[in-house]
Design a protein around this ligand. Structure first.
Ligand SMILES: NC(=O)c1ccc[n+]([C@@H]2O[C@H](COP(=O)([O-])OP(=O)(O)OC[C@H]3O[C@@H](n4cnc5c(N)ncnc54)[C@H](O)[C@@H]3O)[C@@H](O)[C@H]2O)c1
Length: 264
């Protein structure tokens, strides 16, 4: 189950966090992985830890040239591209009154433009690989529970992730209509223990008026039906599933892995 033997993946924002763990689990499942990020030192270190099955590529998801170069380097090194994970993302942690236009534009550039460009520019390679594969190629987009329901901490982040949720469905429909054999699905994590997860807790602590991150963490955990925060592994397992042929009948769908928070 969930094996990725012979598959090649490109993961944006995979120097650390959910993307880094996804790279590790994909290699464990038999894939070759290209790690794209702007954190070059951290990204190289992550790739080194995975041996010959992984490479690091400098990839700023907001730029067309970087995407073209990353796709070409992945295909150059591993021969093809079966899986794209649009994982790179930013959290702002400001409310509507405090956020500036420049901050909104930066958030859009990474969280929305990055997903559009990745999808568009990896498409030719994904299509080509799909022709050789019994179940086709796959794209997994990192949305969020904040792309399904409103966010109490970051309305602008929530707006971008809502965009990712619906872009996923539209891309799935377009590629199905064109018979490209590329499945597109979104992943919706709850609060996960990563650098971004820490940023969410800092924002919550500030909004509580205490700046006490441990109190904020306790509050998050108390509201979670499963009673703990998520780990990068919880999410990476779901991404591996969506990218694998076990999800062959899934497209335009969202997988919610959130400890039950959006069930209430
Ligand atoms: N951690 C959470 O609680 C949580 C919850 C829901 C959704 N998500 C989503 O999951 C994804 C991964 O988040 P994470 O928690 O691992 O965060 P993280 O901050 O640990 O990792 C994000 C990665 O994206 C990279 N990145 C940022 N801007 C980039 C750019 N312009 N080009 C390329 N890479 C860039 C960062 O350098 C970093 O390595 C994000 O899309 C995030 O919105 C996270």
């Amino acid at each position: 189950m969930n094996r990725l033997d012979g598959k090649v993946a490109l993961i944006s924002g995979a120097a650390r966090g959910i993307g880094g763990e996804t790279a590790r689990l994909m290699v464990e499942a038999g894939a070759k992985v290209a790690i794209g990020d702007v954190l070059d030192e951290r990204g190289r270190e992550t790739a080194r830890g995975l041996g010959d099955a992984a490479i690091y590529l400098h990839l700023d998801v907001t730029g067309e040239e970087d995407w073209n170069a990353a796709v070409a380097a992945t295909v150059g090194r591993f021969g093809k591209l079966d899986i794209l994970v649009n994982n790179a993302g930013l959290f702002l942690g400001k409310d509507i009154e405090a956020a500036t236009l420049a901050e909104w534009q930066r958030l859009c550039a990474v969280n929305l433009t990055g997903v559009f460009l990745g999808t568009k520019l990896a498409l030719p390679a994904l299509r080509e690989a799909a022709q050789q594969s019994p179940y086709g190629s796959a794209i997994v987009n990192l949305a969020s529970t904040a792309g399904l329901v409103g966010s109490t901490q970051d309305p602008l982040y929530s707006m971008t992730k809502g965009g990712v949720t619906l872009f996923t469905k539209s891309a799935a429909l377009e590629f199905a209509r064109k018979n490209y054999r590329i499945r597109v699905n979104s992943m919706h994590p709850g609060t996960i223990d990563t650098d971004m997860g820490d940023q969410v807790l800092v924002t919550r602590a500030r909004n509580l008026g205490t700046n006490d991150v441990e109190v904020a963490r306790r509050q998050v955990i108390d509201r979670l039906p499963i009673g703990r925060m998520g780990t990068p592994t919880d999410i990476a397992k779901g991404i591996v599933f969506l990218a694998s042929d076990d999800a062959a009948f899934m497209t335009g769908a969202g997988l919610v892995i959130d400890g039950g928070i959006t069930a209430q």
